[in-house]
Write a protein that binds this ligand. Sequence first.
Ligand code: ATP
Ligand code: MG
Length: 892
Amino acid sequence: MTSSEIRRHFLDFFRSKQHLIVPSAPLVAKNDPTLMFNNSGMAQFKDFFLGNGTPPAKRVADTQKCLRVSGKHNDLEDVGFDTYHHTMFEMLGNWSFGDYFKKEALHWSWELLTEVYKLPKDRIYVSVFKGDEKDNVPFDQESWDLWKEIIGDESRIILGNKKDNFWEMGDTGPCGPCSEIHIDLRSEDDVAQKPGKELVNADHPQVVEIWNNVFMQFNRKADGSLEELPARHVDTGMGFERLCMAIQGKQSNYDTDVFSGTIRVIEELSGKKYTGSMEKQDVAMRVIADHIRAVSFAIADGLVPSNAKAGYVIRRILRRAIRYGYSYLNLMEPFMTKLVPTLAMQFADVFPELNAQRDFVATVIREEEIAFLRTLGTGLGRLDQIIGQLTTDGKKEIPGETVFELNDTFGFPADLTALIAREKGLSIDETGFQKALQEQKARSRKDAQASAGDWIELAELDNKVEFVGYDQPDSYAQIVKYRKIQNKQGTQVQVVLDKTPFYAESGGQIGDTGVLELFNGSDQIGTLTVLDTRKENDLSIHIVEDLTGIDDLLTQADKVYAVINTSRRGLTSSNHSATHLLHSALRDVLGTHVAQKGSYVGPDALRFDFSHFSKVTDEQLAEVERIVNEKIREDIKLDEKRNVPIEEAKALGATALFGEKYGDFVRVITFDPNYSVELCGGTHVPATGHIGLFKFTGEGSVSTGVRRVEAKTSAGAEALVNEQMAVLNEVRELLKAPKDRSAVAVVKAVQALLEERSALQKQVEALQNEKVQQLKNQLLAKVETVNGHSRLVEKVDVPTADALKQLAYDLKAKVDNLAVVLGADINGKPQLAVMLPDSLIQGKNLNAGQVVKELAKNIKGGGGGQPFFATAGGSDSSGLDAALAQGKELLG
Ligand code: ATP
Ligand code: MG
């Protein structure tokens, strides 16, 4: 069976058991503060388990793209070193939302594995939760009995502890026992020597867990206690790549057809053969074959490598692959980018988003590779220096702090430092490095810490929070629940209403602010200011200040009147609609490769990031701006359609964003069906005329292949124009050129002014030169002869200290054996210059530096220089004559 057939059989099997087959959610998690990437099949269904919404069906199945590189599940360091953990993998799953439970789930899993996939029954082991007295959770008797009936052999059922067989969503929330299915893929000989049962959960590469069936039956509260859930759910996850290994009779996931295509290309690029060993060369090939999937799919789902958050995680994965290629396969040129086409083809049917963007993905990866290979070069140079210094000092170990710094500041990985150090006969202080790393981790954990109290439930939520904010700015509502959270801002209170006009931040548009007026009967008992509205999964959360007595207020309120700040919302809507017009205009002017990569839509401004590989020129920007403003003046009416079936929306040509998760029904925002049709949940103006005016304020690069434009609309654009006009008027006033009011006239006047200025400057310089020449001639006439050398001591009139110095040098060139002291008052500041001939320096042991210091005392100053020439400045010009008199004496 090929891997595609294996996947298809899974979905067909559960379809035949009345499951709805749904698409995978994007790799990047949305609206979930606890999760950066989707790391399991159930992540996209969390809300249904929490009771915050209704699933599309009671039985659902899919294959989900998962990424386990951060947080609770982080397998990154194992990848490549073992043969069955990946960064990105597919998790096949089936779910029951309050429908079937253990019996059906376990029976079906056995049926699928042994009858459809025909895996050998005697190689399968299952585990059952043995209970935990301390936690007050019982032995899972039901699963035990079911398995005994299904397999008919107790010896293949294993009792598992809390770590392996009890699943929890987090510190609080749904949880329950689980039952794992393991398979023994060893040879007959090995099996005869040691029973597989002893190797289950023992990290053996051929005795691996393939499937986990989780049974959610409890809810854990903040105080640690458990309560039974009213509706019980099934959540299962099977590792697709491991399943392929088992069915295709391989010893490693990398030997299946999921990876063999990519490995073949790596072999071609490196000229080396993959042998499946634990040698570094083979580890490197596995790392690369694995990481290219994680990186490509993450980029296809809208991420770009960057220096923060999820983008940084992707950058690090990519860099890990690059340096394995660099260190162990001698790949010194970009190579990851060359693996993209093979991957895109392979997944074109299941995950078409990669194939659709494969040029973009390949280019982003290539640019990252070029930049990182350069970093590696810089790091190597720096490391060479460090090693050189340490060797000179007779040291044999690179300090942990240095390894950490190389890693943190230069992106130079620790294991590469160790490798190079080893080649030069040095080692690294691994313990010191780990310590520095832990310290940094502790620092960032502390920064991110936020703790949440239990939700205080005040009313039942029938289905889902109803958002009424598309149609009205205010609404009466009921408080569903609230809780307090502690974060960097201190304590805040999160309030959930059954119905709300407040838009919760999403799709780039920021959350509404406003007030909640609390009523008890007809009495208003308080008002809460809403600072922000955010989404947590599908819940809209109003964030309010923690007032004293807020618990009483919230629990006593039987009704809430919720009102948004409408002027702020209006400005935000203007910016959002303008973003749609902008998106289309950019595609018109730059080309259809332009795809949205991110946006910010607030009341103050808008920002739009999009895929494009070169700077947007001033002419292109001007053209885009012109088109957007034209569309504004056309006053195109908003056409808003809600609950459009997704297929119908796509048929309308609606622009969907890669990496966004859309439901079966979507909202379509149209401004002229021939101009802008987008899937969007944001708020918009009733007609484009409301936007008023659109002005760009900036253009720049965000990261490789992604540009950013910034703009203002409406009152913000008006303020911008006014400000610019005010500047122009002021300049016009200053120029006193009021006759011709045009901007061209102002520019001309400024140009004329600049030309005049440079002509004048030349004239001034010429005059000054002439004056210094005259001065020099006058001074030459005043040179006296004393004690066998020439002497000149004079007060002169020069414009700058430089001119004074130049004068002294010029005089020296004209007269042999000349000693000079010149004094000048330059703009109120006294200045002295002393020049001595060799005869005085050697013969009389004089030094211009010392002489000028002595003389400068007269002008309350100081100075210095060389033995033959020195200068000094001071603060008292009235002492200049005294200084010169003293100079005359000293040089006599
Ligand atoms: P393991 O102990 O092998 O790391 P797990 O307990 O973390 O597995 P679950 O969270 O139960 O696994 O995930 C369900 C299934 O997904 C597993 O049975 C396994 O087949 C697969 N799986 C888990 N992690 C990975 C991974 N990093 N790469 C590939 N498959 C995985
Ligand atoms: Mg794991």
